[in-house]
Ligand binder design. Structure first.
Ligand SMILES: *Cc1c(COP(=O)(O)O)cnc(C)c1O
Length: 396
């Protein structure tokens, strides 16, 4: 009605006023020195969020899906072997893209609700004596199931097998909301987007690329044109773009980076963990379960919640929107009808999360779910009331 209700979808996320204002800019000439002054520091500060020193950052006018395409087309050739596990809609779609680009994709099928199987990767990599696998692809946070995978464990499996494959990680729905460490985990390409943890509109694919992946571009033979990173890198070196940059998103990103770095990345992660834990307490109080199989897999940016037998999760999300004008995430792929999702990433406060939980309760009650009004809200209230707001506060 007033456009004041937050969204509880796991991206695009709510845009804070500070960022909406920052994106509201008059055209400037992107070939003028003023643009260089904004753009070059944005690329530099973006590295801090990826936690990389040696990696090179890239911004393409695209959504996260374009980032996947940039990663594979710049570094691989048709027929190259890649290893990837399927455990949700996003890993599924990345697999589909690899196949359409003519890669030889070895897929490990996993149950939806499981994470990346580091032990299976270890076996397959050890058995690959001819070192034909060129890259291992992992979706860090599977947004369809609310599952966070352990990238350090995947890296350990790769190093344990002594395998030289590159590691590409989709961190679209984890970067700037959950701990991500490009250099420490030796990630070769990390792919993200503007519309989730960065709290901006969609339209900028954000990538960080290791020196090893940059070197792989020299021999890669996949067709690439718009997403050619070598052309982008050459233009970026003098502060420019090979074509027209998405100016408003770059101005927005300047402000978003300031917000994230002012809060401190560890505080950003702690805030997400705390908000997520409140949601998880509410889900438990409703007597419902998450799609994620075990607590070590719980995502702090989105919770996928199984609805009781005999209920249709898509009817629930439709109803919440029609009656209360509040959006929750629908069940995607195998989860259609079985689970709904509460996105809790980006610009969110305790108060906003509580309003989402209260709305979910009303919608469930309307549809005769066996829950008690206020039960989940009360569980979250108790948790928020008694838990310090930031990592700094926790340490103090
Ligand atoms: C949102 C998302 C993407 C990218 O989707 P776009 O709609 O292309 O921005 C990719 N992977 C994951 C895990 C996501 O959550």
């Amino acid at each position: 009605m007033f456009g004041l209700n937050p969204v509880f979808i796991p991206g695009p996320t709510n845009i804070p006023d500070r960022l909406r204002h920052a994106m509201n800019v008059q055209t400037i000439d992107h070939r003028a020195p003023d643009f260089v002054e904004v753009f070059t520091p944005v690329l530099r500060d973006l590295k801090k969020v990826f936690r990389t020193r040696d990696g090179q950052t890239f911004i393409f006018a695209a959504s996260g899906t374009g980032g996947w395409e940039a990663a594979i087309t710049n570094t691989l050739s048709p027929g190259d072997k890649v290893l990837i596990a399927r455990y949700g809609m996003f890993s599924h779609r990345w697999i589909d893209m690899c196949q359409r680009h003519g890669l030889d994709v070895q897929v490990i099928e996993c149950e939806w609700g499981a994470g990346a199987p580091a032990d299976r990767f270890a076996e397959i990599l050890a058995a690959d004596k001819r070192r034909e696998i060129r890259a291992v692809l992992v979706t860090h946070n599977e947004t369809a199931t609310g599952v966070l995978s352990d990238i350090a464990a995947v890296r350990k499996a790769m190093n344990g097998a002594g395998h030289p494959a590159m590691l590409f990680v989709d961190c679209v729905s984890s970067l700037a909301s959950m701990d991500f460490r490009m250099d420490e985990w030796e990630v070769d390409i990390a792919i993200s987007g503007s519309q989730k943890g960065f709290m901006l509109a969609a339209g900028a694919a954000l990538l960080a690329v290791s020196p090893k992946a940059m070197a792989a571009m020299e021999e890669a033979r996949a067709h690439r044109c718009y997403f050619d990173m070598r052309e982008m890198a050459a233009a970026n070196a003098s502060g420019g773009f090979p074509y027209t940059p998405p100016l408003n998103l770059i101005f927005g990103l300047r402000e978003s980076l300031d917000m994230l770095l002012e809060e401190g990345l560890d505080n950003v992660y702690a805030r997400h963990r705390r908000l997520a834990e409140g949601v998880r307490r509410a889900v438990a109080a409703w007597g419902m379960e998450l799609v994620a199989k075990s607590p070590d897999l719980y995502s702090d940016s989105v919770s996928a919640i199984l609805v009781p037998e005999g209920f249709d999760s898509n009817a629930l999300t439709d109803h919440a929107y029609e009656k209360y004008h509040v959006s929750f995430g629908i069940g995607l792929g195998e989860m259609a009808g079985k689970a709904f999702r509460i996105g809790h990433l980006g610009a969110l406060t305790d108060v906003m999360v509580l309003s989402g939980l209260a709305t979910a309760e009303m919608a469930m009650k309307d549809l005769s779910y066996p829950i008690e009004l206020g039960s989940g809200v009360a569980a979250a209230q108790e948790y928020y009331r008694n838990t310090p707001a930031t990592a700094t506060a926790k340490a103090a």
